[in-house]
Structures are given as structure tokens and as C-alpha cells.
Write a protein that binds this ligand. Structure first.
Ligand code: ZN
Length: 287
């Protein structure tokens, strides 16, 4: 397992962590100030400064990307299928322009939440079948663009509105169905917030292997959690054995960035420099 205590060269910042404190160019400047080498930006943050400007800012600051957030939201009614396809193709084009190593996929829940305006459905099985179908279609375009896709399984609390893929096993089953040759075109983004509770997590990480492990996200699970979406904890403030999970992904060969992704009303209320300093300190001690 890599020693993170001496520096933070393997720290990547998911830019949602400080989304309320500044725009993407300001976040990039702050990363440069703090010696952070990589980011994972969100599409809306890129759009609000403009794709060209985002590409230039990251390049001028010498930043790599650890991913691009996010593609997916696959479940929809028939009228929205074209929107799903086109939106995800644009996401791939943007990720290529930014030089991202992969796109993080949040696959979507029921159609009415995944693609607002879709006909209301309670059939989660049908939503899961749609994820397979629409993801297969996106994968064809992604292969042509040489852009790997990383399915992020989300905690079951998000099954209705954000992702009906809720375990690492489920995500890997999709990978095996759509990419049985393990070509590297399809894999998983494992976020400790979503997977820590899963009794199968260690065996599924071993099953994933290096080819399927495309991204690793860290934060912490607070007790109590006051808001299921926006009360993630800073690493070390909650109950997740982060080092154990990092050891597991590194044991199968993962050597990429440890990406800090904290959606938190608490941390959004603090100055950007304080958040980044804390991220760096915790990365060295508890990640
Ligand atoms: Zn994540």
C-alpha cells in the first residue's frame, strides 16, 4: 500500500467539494496554490466557465484529471431516449477535450427522477434493464472515442432518484455482461461513502481486479447523517475504515488518485483554503 503520509501527490479533488466557494477557474487556482495535482470536475462547473476556458485553465495549472463527473441518468421513457443518448455523447466529447481518463457514471433511478418529464414508473426492474440498454449504446460511442466508462454504484438510499445500481456486485455484473473481455472500456468508480457498509465489498473489489477499477473516491459517513445527499463527512470524522478499503483496491493493482468528494453543507460554508488544507492533512493521516 502506498505511503500517503509524506506528501499528497495522489490526492485528487472532486471539484464539487468546494463548488459553493468559487467557480472552476478559482478552484483550479486554489489547487495550484496547494500543490494538488489532479481534479475531477463536474459538467455544470465546466459549462459555467466554458469548455475551452476549463481545458486551458487545467492545462496551464498542470493539472491532471482523475475522472469527469458525470454521465448516465439512463432510465427514461421512450420520448426521452434521444435526450439520454445525445447528452451522454456530449459528455464523452467534453471528457476527451479535458483529457479525462474516464467518465464517472451515475446511472439514474426511476425514469421520472432520472430524466424529469418522463412518464412516472415504480418499476425498478425495468429501470435497471434500461440502464443496461442505454449504457450499451453509450459504450459503443465511448469505445470509438477511447473513453473508459466507470459505473459508480450508489448507496441504496439513492435507488429511486439517482442510481438503481447499488452494489459493487451489481456494477461488476453489468461490466461482465457488456464487456466480457475486460477490455478496460468499462469498469467501476468505487466511492467509500457508497460501498463501506456492503458485506461483500472486499470480495467484490478482488473480483473487479485492476482492469475494472477506474476510480476511487473518499469522504466519510457521519453518524448521525443529517442529509443523505449533502452531509458527507471529511475523512476521519466518521465511521468508514478508509485505509482498509484503499488497501483492498491497491492489493489488486489500483495505482490511481484517491479522489476527495465531499458534498457537505458544513464544508461548503467554510473558506476554500481551509477546506483544501484540511483535505490534505486528512489525506496524509487517515486516507
Ligand atoms: Zn463518488
Amino acid at each position: 500500500m502506498r505511503d500517503f503520509s509524506v506528501d499528497h501527490r495522489w490526492l485528487s479533488l472532486n471539484t464539487a467539494t468546494v463548488r459553493k466557494q468559487g467557480d472552476l477557474t478559482q478552484i483550479i487556482e486554489a489547487c495550484a496554490r496547494h500543490g494538488i495535482r489532479a481534479i475531477d470536475p463536474w459538467r455544470d462547473q465546466v459549462a459555467s466557465v466554458g469548455l475551452d476556458r476549463a481545458v486551458r485553465a487545467a492545462r496551464d495549472a498542470g493539472l491532471e484529471l482523475s475522472g469527469y463527473c458525470r454521465g448516465g441518468m439512463f432510465a427514461s421513457d421512450a420520448a426521452h431516449r434521444g435526450e439520454v443518448r445525445d447528452d451522454n455523447r456530449r459528455c464523452i466529447d467534453e471528457a476527451r477535450a479535458l483529457g479525462a481518463p474516464c467518465i464517472v457514471l451515475v446511472v439514474g433511478g426511476l425514469p421520472q427522477y432520472s430524466r424529469p418529464g418522463s412518464v412516472v414508473s415504480k418499476d425498478i426492474g425495468a429501470a435497471r434493464a434500461q440502464v443496461d440498454e442505454a449504457l450499451a449504446e453509450m459504450l459503443d460511442y465511448a469505445r470509438e472515442a477511447s473513453m473508459p466508462l466507470a459505473i459508480e454504484p450508489l448507496h441504496p438510499a439513492y435507488a429511486a432518484d439517482r442510481a438503481c445500481v447499488n452494489t459493487t456486485r451489481q456494477a461488476l455484473d453489468i461490466c461482465d455482461r457488456l464487456d466480457p473481455q475486460r477490455t478496460g472500456a468499462l469498469g467501476v468508480a468505487l466511492d467509500v461513502y457508497h460501498i463501506w457498509w456492503d458485506p461483500e465489498v472486499l470480495s467484490q473489489i478482488a473480483r473487479a481486479g485492476q482492469e475494472r477499477l477506474l476510480a476511487f473516491h473518499v469522504c466519510d459517513w457521519l453518524v448521525p447523517t443529517k442529509d443523505i445527499l449533502n452531509d458527507r463527512g471529511m475523512m476521519g470524522d466518521g465511521v468508514i475504515e478508509i485505509k482498509r478499503l484503499r488497501a483492498a483496491v491497491e492489493a489488486v493493482g489500483f495505482g490511481g488518485y484517491s479522489e476527495i468528494e465531499i458534498f457537505s453543507n458544513d464544508w461548503w460554508g467554510r473558506p476554500m483554503d481551509e477546506v483544501l488544507k484540511t483535505c490534505i492533512a486528512r489525506h496524509r493521516t487517515v486516507v
